[in-house]
Design a protein around this ligand. Structure first.
Ligand SMILES: Nc1ncnc2c1ncn2[C@@H]1O[C@H](COP(=O)(O)OP(=O)(O)OP(=O)(O)O)[C@@H](O)[C@H]1O
Ligand SMILES: [Mg+2]
Length: 255
């Protein structure tokens, strides 16, 4: 069971869009995928066309003692989901016990039968993001090809990932950077992408996700880009990225 965390400290870099479409494409290829929404805003949950309303079991309930398996729901995309809702906002207060950083890792020990677990995180290092990093094998950082975003990747790596690796999860690999919202007509996008590739050799995925409004519209419609606009640049790019993910992490396509 390969656990992959999508995290960046900058907001709006395409974490949720990437987690959602990669998870869906992995499922399209026959892999068993569990997606976990660790953002109280619940955008990943909405992307799957699922409700963020309290009532059905979600991550917040798991934190408050509901067995994790009871919070897993099937979505129409084939991906299984543990949803988020606004109650998750208080996670930093709810999780007070010693060892709280290991909560998700421990909870996942009771989950079997998946090839991949995908975490979508919020853009800051609260207890939820720490839990995702402690539970994960791989960290993928989506970033726009802009100077400040690139700085954010460096900071996340130097100030956070290395500390997590040293103190909490030596198995965590910072194993991927994905350039998102790429516009090849913009010189600063071309130049910054090259700088990112130099700064993080071997980590940057070859596939860049181009700016494509269909991706935003698909999310709003609660379906993946592959169902919404299968011939769009967004679908092409996320298929290529998922192929790279499969290869890089030694996952096996089942269809
Ligand atoms: N390649 C793209 N082209 C056009 N729009 C995109 C692209 N990727 C994401 N978007 C849009 O940009 C916005 C931010 O994307 P997304 O929600 O995936 O980012 P995020 O990093 O998860 O944000 P947050 O930090 O708030 O969680 C959304 O409206 C999304 O639809
Ligand atoms: Mg998000």
């Amino acid at each position: 069971m390969k656990k992959i965390c999508f995290l960046s400290l900058k907001g709006g870099t395409g974490k949720t869009t990437t987690a959602f479409n990669v998870a869906t494409q992995l499922a399209n290829q026959g892999l068993k995928v569990l997606a976990i929404d660790l953002d109280p805003q619940g955008y990943l949950t909405c992307s799957f066309g699922e409700s963020t309303a309290a009532g059905r079991k979600n991550v917040h309930d798991v934190i408050n003692g509901v067995p994790i398996k009871e919070a897993i729901r099937e979505t129409k995309s084939g991906v299984h989901l543990i949803a988020a809702d606004l109650e998750l906002t208080t996670a930093d207060l709810d999780m007070k016990n010693e060892g709280r950083e290991f909560f998700m890792r421990k909870a996942l020990e009771k989950v079997t039968g998946y090839d991949v677990v995908v975490f979508d995180c919020c853009p800051f290092m609260g207890i939820l993001s720490v839990n995702a990093l402690v539970a994960s094998d791989e960290l993928i950082i989506p970033t726009e090809p802009e100077f400040l975003a690139m700085r954010g990747v460096r900071q996340l790596y130097l100030k956070v990932v290395q500390i997590i690796q040293k103190d909490l999860n030596p198995d965590l690999e910072f194993s991927g950077v994905v350039v998102t919202k790429f516009d090849s007509r913009k010189r600063n996008h071309r130049e910054t992408s090259e700088k990112i590739a130099k700064l993080f050799p071997d980590k940057v995925f070859e596939t860049k996700i181009r700016t494509n409004v269909a991706l935003a519209n698909a999310t709003a419609a609660g379906v993946s880009i592959f169902d919404f606009a299968p011939d769009s640049n967004g679908a092409t790019d996320y298929k290529a990225l998922t192929d790279e993910v499969v290869k890089r992490y030694g996952l096996e396509k089942k269809v």
